[in-house]
Design a protein around this ligand. Sequence first.
Ligand SMILES: Nc1nc2c(ncn2[C@@H]2O[C@H](COP(=O)(O)OP(=O)(O)OP(=O)(O)O)[C@@H](O)[C@H]2O)c(=O)[nH]1
Length: 384
Amino acid sequence: MTMTEPRRPPPIPLTILTGFLGAGKTSLLNRLLASPDLTDTLVLINEFGEVGIDHLLVENVEGDMIVMSSGCICCSIRGDLVAALEDALRKLDNGRIRPFHRVMLETTGLADPAPILHTIMSHPYLALRYRLDGVVTLVDAVNGAATLDAHEEAVKQAAVADRLVITKTDLPEGAARLEALDTRLARLNPAARRLIAATGEANPAALLDCGLYDASGKIPQVAKWLNDEAVAAAHEAHHHHHDHDHHHGHAHQDVNRHDAHIRAFCVASDAPLSPQAFDMFVEILRQAHGPHLLRVKGIVGLADDRERPVAVHGVQHVFHPPHRLASWPDADRRTRLVFIVKDIDPSFIEKLYAAVADIPAPDTPDAAALQDNPLAPKNAGLLG
Ligand SMILES: Nc1nc2c(ncn2[C@@H]2O[C@H](COP(=O)(O)OP(=O)(O)OP(=O)(O)O)[C@@H](O)[C@H]2O)c(=O)[nH]1
């Protein structure tokens, strides 16, 4: 370097944490952020749905966190993600944000990683200031195979990974399916290291500093997906140049470019539920729609302890045992449940919730009638 060259700070490593809905991204992020290797990390979380929940469930954030919740970044990519990454740099350079030396970007579970990678690798300024450190893809051992069969995004997420983290092998169903899943992932992406979350293999040393992102070691489609994104970007730039309004409307629509069968919505309510009513709600949902409940997550206020809500996670037919939070994570004390579903009419879930919560509504059974329903759980359910 000569004296006349401006001093350029070293590029900031950026890790993309992806994986299908409910695979365990936020859980892993929480574990990683607790490690001293990740102090001074800027966390970017992309949420899908009108009401974000994930950022309330991220603990241990020493550094700053930016939540992008207007849509899915793989769709509104040229807007939100670029803006958030540029804005972070501006604040860093002006000293208006705590210095960060690493970025962790958690995508939505439905995100197609190709446009995200393309954006970060091809944007002239972002590519200068950020170094794509690697793509970490989580695959849930219980639902992984069925998800790969049903969702192209999940295949892409696994195929572009530098590290594949297999989660939920501590559950009996997950352990039983591990071997077949591992073989399938090895075929899909032979270059990626596969790590088992439950044995602690997914630690910072194994996940960070993967080396510069390189699509060439991946199956041939990966390079093609990235090229397709380059074509799409050029197309969009062309439209942008010639017809701003048209582009604008287009980008807006793109927020929902995922499979038209998939819907995201939120049920919010002031009424606390009894633990039994909550169990009944979950059990009826599972029995009626199990595989189509792509993701259920949220915070539920229960009547037995109104100061300490429970965090609820469902992934298809698997509902993880809810855990009590020490307190409400923000000033909003409503129950908020985010649903990402396939081919389920949101009104079915809204009515069911109203019924178990005893919220009067026309044409809905009340809680007592539901209790007599043969589908209602008779014994202690999830909440014991
Ligand atoms: N038993 C078990 N549960 C896990 C494991 N990893 C995650 N979970 C649980 O799975 C549920 C979903 O985990 P999250 O970390 O929220 O998943 P996510 O990928 O961030 O979910 P989305 O952001 O909605 O796509 C939670 O109840 C977690 O506690 C694991 O390895 N074993």
